[in-house]
Write a protein that binds this ligand. Sequence first.
Ligand code: GDD
Length: 425
Amino acid sequence: TPFRILQVGGPSRGTRFRPLSLDAPKPLFDVAGHPIVWHCLTAIAKVPSIQEVCMIGYYDETVFKDFIKEAASEFPNLPIKYLREYQALGTAGGLYHFRDAILKGRPERIFVLNSDVCCSFPLNDMAKLFDDRDAEAVILGTRVSEDAATNFGCIVSDQHSRRVLHYVEKPESHISNLINCGVYLFSVDAIFPSIKSAIKRRADRPRLVSYPSSDNLESSFIADNDDDERKNEIIRLEQDILSDLADSKQFFVHETKDFWRQIKTAGSAVPANALYLQKALQTGSKELAQPSANILPPVFIHPSAHVDPTAKLGPNVSIGPRATIGAGARVKESIVLEDAEIKHDACVLYSIVGWNSRVGAWARVEGTPTPVTSHTTSIVKNGVKVQSITILGKEVGVGDEVRVQNCVCLPYKELKRDVANEVIM
Ligand code: GDD
């Protein structure tokens, strides 16, 4: 009976998700009509023998209160609790800190999921591999292009046995294009002792200190100890634990052929939105809008949104609560958030329109498509690196007939003239 852990991180972690993280904690940002963590929970709920889900992070308790309440009614058989780190403890430090709470139901194994990934979460397949090989750990892997691979944890495995031979977090040069998806299954008898010895190793390591002069000898030692103590608490699965597990020989990789994307930058919410909508379409989800001449599936329209019948939407579009889309508007490959307004004949492509933003009549808000296989949301235009997805933060106004191209626009701005390839602050 496995336990589930969702690593949700904390406010300082969402910086690459700006400007959207200024107004919503990343795990609760809506893609395909639901918060990012909701998609993880749906996958978890499909695994039989569920005990409990712990969300571990260092956001304030109040942040997830409503979400947990709603999730309790949507997933009645899945008790969910939030365990708050008083400061960032690292992806393994948090697990260790809350080990008593995690081990309370005496689980034999635990799933650990990074909440900021978008994938089909093939947890049952991972559990099967775990059983078949009598494993201590199973990691989910996926193949990416050679130039993308070094941005992730890289796995060298034995083709035949699927055993993990080496693991290197974000290596400097190419070692493998099989990467860590941020989804693991651990036996509790392997993971907790491994974290414990990593903590011990860290504490035993001789320190390099500059030779203190006699008059501040005492104070410099104290300062050094304090600093070390703080750093000691950050223990990361990726750097401190996984390569160790690879030595243990009972560490296996399940390679998924299904979709996988990381949700790091604000722009990466657009491909994640597309992937989850396509999955909803494939599984015949009732939540999607009915296809028609003006609705190119998949499209999600919140029941409280108002879309003029002459507006053309899709594919891969999500329209949030109470948003309004005017006559003749065109929206494609985009997310339109709560209370936003797109006026008549405006065009929104490869973009995110923030909460309460207004896009004027005949305006164009557009980004640039990137290949599905690309794991980056920036592109090079005229020799300058710009965001491929245009993002309007909260309450941004785009004037009538104004064109906004490949821009990131911070909250509360009014755009009255055409802009391209800029961050508007
Ligand atoms: N609770 C908690 N505490 N969560 C944390 C902490 C922490 O101190 N630090 C990070 N997280 C959460 C993040 O919110 C995220 O869900 C996950 O842990 C990993 O975040 P990062 O540490 O920023 O790593 P990364 O995203 O750059 O890379 C990781 O994910 C890749 C796949 O998306 C690594 O696991 C890579 O190897 C992997 O390829």
